[in-house]
Ligand binder design. Structure first.
Ligand SMILES: [Zn+2]
Length: 321
C-alpha cells in the first residue's frame, strides 16, 4: 500500500473486461491483494482496488517517488537517450501509414520516447499524470504534454498515426475502454504500441506472488500475450509484431534504471545489493561479448524466445476496421 491515507480497498464487482463473465477464481494473494483469473477467458486482474481518487493522487505525486530515485532515473534516461526508445521509433515507423507522422505517447513519463520521435522528425504530444514529469517532458521533447490520464484528456478523433502506451494499460480501470479510445483517436491503419509486463513469462510463473512486476497496488490487470492479443482484436486492432524483452535486466538496455527501481522495492537490501554486483559483472562481460558480430541478436533470441526469460511484452497493432 502506498500510504495510510487511502480508503479501504474495494472488491471489484464488474464483469470481465475481456469477455463479460463474472465467474472468477483466486490465483493467489500478493501483498494483501487478491490476484484473480476469469474462468471464462483467462484474463488476470487485481481483485481489490483502491478508490479512483486515491489512485489518481498516487500517480500525481507518490507513484514516482515511492521507489527512491525512480523519477530522477527516468529523467536521466530521457535526457541521455536510450537505444530502446530508438528501437520503438524504428518499429512504429515500419508500420505507420505516415513517416514521419503524428504520435501521441500516453503515460509519457519524462518524455524520453517522445524526444526520440522528435529527433526522427515526428509531430509529438503526450499525456502524463505527474506534474513534475510532464513539465520535464515538455522541456525534453519540446512538445505539448497534457497533464492527466487518457480518461481525463479530451482527445481528437482520427488524429494520430501512432499511439504508444508503454507500461500504462495495466494501470487502467478498463483496458477495453482505454483501447477503444486509442482506436477512435488513431487514423485508419494507424499503429498502436502497447507494452506491459508479461504475466505468462517464465519468471512470473516461477515466482508467483513474489514476481516484482506484479505491483498489485497499481497494476490492475496482468496480461499474457494471449489475453492482450485477444483484447486488441476485440477492440479493432490487428497485432502485427510481438516483442519479448527485459528479464532480470541481464540483457536489458536499461540496466541502471532497473537497479534503482528494484532497490526501492527490495525486501532484502543486502540480497539486492549482491544481485546488483552480479548484474554489473554480467553487464561488463556482455559489453565485450557484444562487440563480436551477431552475438547480441543471437543471445537475445536464445534468452527471450527460446528460454522465455523476458519479463515484458510489446505488441504493435494496426487499426483495422
Ligand atoms: Zn473473461
Amino acid at each position: 500500500m502506498p500510504s495510510g491515507k487511502t480508503s479501504p480497498l474495494k472488491q471489484k464487482e464488474t464483469a470481465c473486461d475481456l469477455c463479460g463473465s463474472r465467474d472468477y477464481r483466486l490465483l493467489f494473494q500478493c501483498r494483501g491483494y487478491p490476484i484473480m483469473e476469469c474462468r471464462e477467458c483467462g484474463l488476470v486482474f487485481t481483485g481489490s482496488v483502491m478508490a479512483p481518487d486515491d489512485r489518481e493522487s498516487l500517480y500525481k505525486n507518490e507513484y514516482y517517488v515511492h521507489a527512491a530515485g525512480y523519477a530522477e532515473s527516468i529523467k536521466r534516461s530521457a535526457a541521455a537517450g536510450n537505444p530502446e526508445y530508438d528501437e520503438r521509433v524504428r518499429l512504429a515507423s515500419k508500420f505507420s501509414p505516415q513517416i514521419p507522422g503524428t504520435v501521441l505517447d500516453v503515460g509519457c513519463g519524462s518524455g524520453g520516447l517522445l524526444a526520440a520521435f522528435k529527433r526522427a522528425g515526428w509531430n509529438c504530444c503526450g499525456i502524463e499524470p505527474s506534474s513534475d514529469l510532464s513539465a520535464y517532458a515538455r522541456d525534453i521533447a519540446a512538445c505539448e504534454i497534457y497533464e492527466g490520464t487518457i480518461e481525463s484528456t479530451p482527445l481528437p478523433q482520427a488524429a494520430f498515426d501512432v499511439i504508444s502506451a508503454c507500461h500504462v494499460l495495466e494501470h487502467s480501470a478498463s483496458p477495453h475502454d482505454f483501447l477503444q479510445t486509442c482506436f477512435r483517436s488513431l487514423r485508419d491503419e494507424g499503429v498502436l504500441l502497447v507494452e506491459v509486463p508479461d504475466f505468462g513469462c517464465y519468471l512470473s510463473r516461477k515466482q508467483g506472488a513474489d514476481w516484482l512486476p506484479l505491483y498489485p497496488d497499481t497494476h490492475l490487470y496482468h496480461f499474457t500475450i494471449s489475453t492482450l492479443q485477444r483484447l486488441l482484436k476485440a477492440t479493432g486492432f490487428r497485432p502485427v509484431r510481438i516483442r519479448r524483452y527485459g528479464g532480470l535486466g541481464i540483457l536489458s538496455t536499461q540496466e541502471s534504471d532497473n537497479s534503482v527501481k528494484d532497490a526501492g522495492h527490495a525486501k532484502n537490501i543486502v540480497e539486492q545489493s549482491l544481485c546488483n554486483v552480479a548484474k554489473k559483472r554480467i553487464f561488463d562481460a556482455r559489453r565485450y561479448l557484444y562487440r563480436i558480430p551477431a552475438v547480441k541478436p543471437f543471445a537475445r533470441y536464445v534468452y527471450w524466445h527460446l528460454m522465455r526469460m523476458n519479463e515484458y511484452i510489446s505488441i504493435y497493432s494496426i487499426k483495422s476496421r
